[in-house]
Design a protein. Structure first.
Length: 324
């Protein structure tokens, strides 16, 4: 007779209160600062979109003060910040409400303001109690990417419809972004029939959508404590550590040939660690519905990922520039 799997009794914990979180003021302050930093950075993308294709090489740029006072540019920058933070909010609250459903204690999202190319370093929640069961691990890991993608997808589509083809722009001093498969698909549909060559001036909402699907892809790498790490562990258990080591090597290779930012990811993942806390029902397979959800998440990763988010910033190209 085969051995039986015996689980300890599960005690229903009271669901944590939404409004009695400690240091709630810190969550609010960081969110407000991130709104400001995203709107500030959004101004530059709004200027690039508005002026793309309208200024000749010999014409002069409008003054900085006139641009900052332009209500159209201000509204575009606010729309960019709202779109981007809406995507990040849905992502993090996907995790948060999944934790609440399973009565797992977790903090509200912490946003990280930063004057980077996108205006933030992202957001995170801190899960303060252990995840004991495989279905909980999968649902919590998958809820964030799915919720964020549901918002990022229409943002990208609407933003692409508002974007405009312009004559080729000199690329010497321009920042060129990589195109994931999803963006290429929308571009081929929306701008079909437009004669080449042309460059595409992304509307700020499209750029927010691009950031949103990129964040989704980055979080879906099957490594450690990333969302993809939770999902992969719930499927394959102890194999996740071996896959994590292979991903570190992949990050280094991509940093050399595609984008130096992958080196930062390699250091971050190595610092966080490749180990994943075990669950009590590791031998029990996931339900069929969760397996199909895993297939959907893999498809989202394929459509959202690009190895070169920013073009021209791979290690080889940068070294060639330094060496003349």
């Amino acid at each position: 007779m085969p051995d039986e799997i015996v689980f300890p009794p599960q005690h229903r914990k009271p669901r944590p209160s939404f409004f009695t979180k400690k240091r709630l003021w810190l969550n609010g302050l960081l969110f407000l600062l991130t709104c400001l930093s995203a709107a500030f950075v959004g101004m530059s993308w709004s200027v690039s979109y508005t002026l793309a294709g309208t200024i000749d090489v010999d014409s002069s740029m409008p003054s900085l003060m006139s641009l900052l006072k332009d209500p159209h540019l201000i509204s575009l920058s606010i729309i960019y910040a709202a779109s981007l933070l809406g995507i990040l909010l849905f992502h993090e609250f996907g995790h948060y409400f999944a934790c609440r459903y399973y009565r797992i204690d977790a903090t509200l999202p912490y946003f990280i303001p930063a004057p980077t190319l996108i205006g933030t370093m992202g957001a995170f929640i801190k899960i303060k109690s252990p995840i004991m069961w495989k279905r909980q691990l999968f649902d919590i890991g998958a809820a964030g990417p799915l919720a964020g993608f549901v918002v990022a997808l229409p943002a990208l589509l609407i933003g692409m419809m508002l974007s405009k083809p312009v004559p080729p722009i000199p690329h010497e001093n321009a920042i060129l972004f990589g195109e994931p498969l999803l963006l290429k698909l929308f571009e081929s549909i929306i701008f079909r029939g437009i004669p080449e060559p042309f460059d595409l001036a992304l509307h700020p909402v499209a750029f927010a959508g691009w950031v949103g699907i990129l964040v989704t892809a980055l979080n879906l790498f099957p490594v450690g404590q990333l969302d993809g790490g939770h999902i992969f562990y719930s499927f394959f258990g102890g194999k996740s550590r071996t896959v994590g080591r292979l991903m570190l090597v992949a990050f280094i290779v991509m940093g050399i040939f595609f984008w130096v930012g992958w080196f930062v990811w390699a250091v971050l993942i190595a610092f966080i660690g490749l180990n994943h806390p075990p669950v009590m029902d590791a031998a029990v397979p996931l339900s069929l519905g969760r397996k199909w959800t895993g297939v959907l998440i893999a498809l989202i990763f394929i459509l959202s990922f690009t190895p070169r988010p920013v073009q021209g910033y791979d290690l080889l190209t940068l070294l060639k520039g330094l060496l003349g």
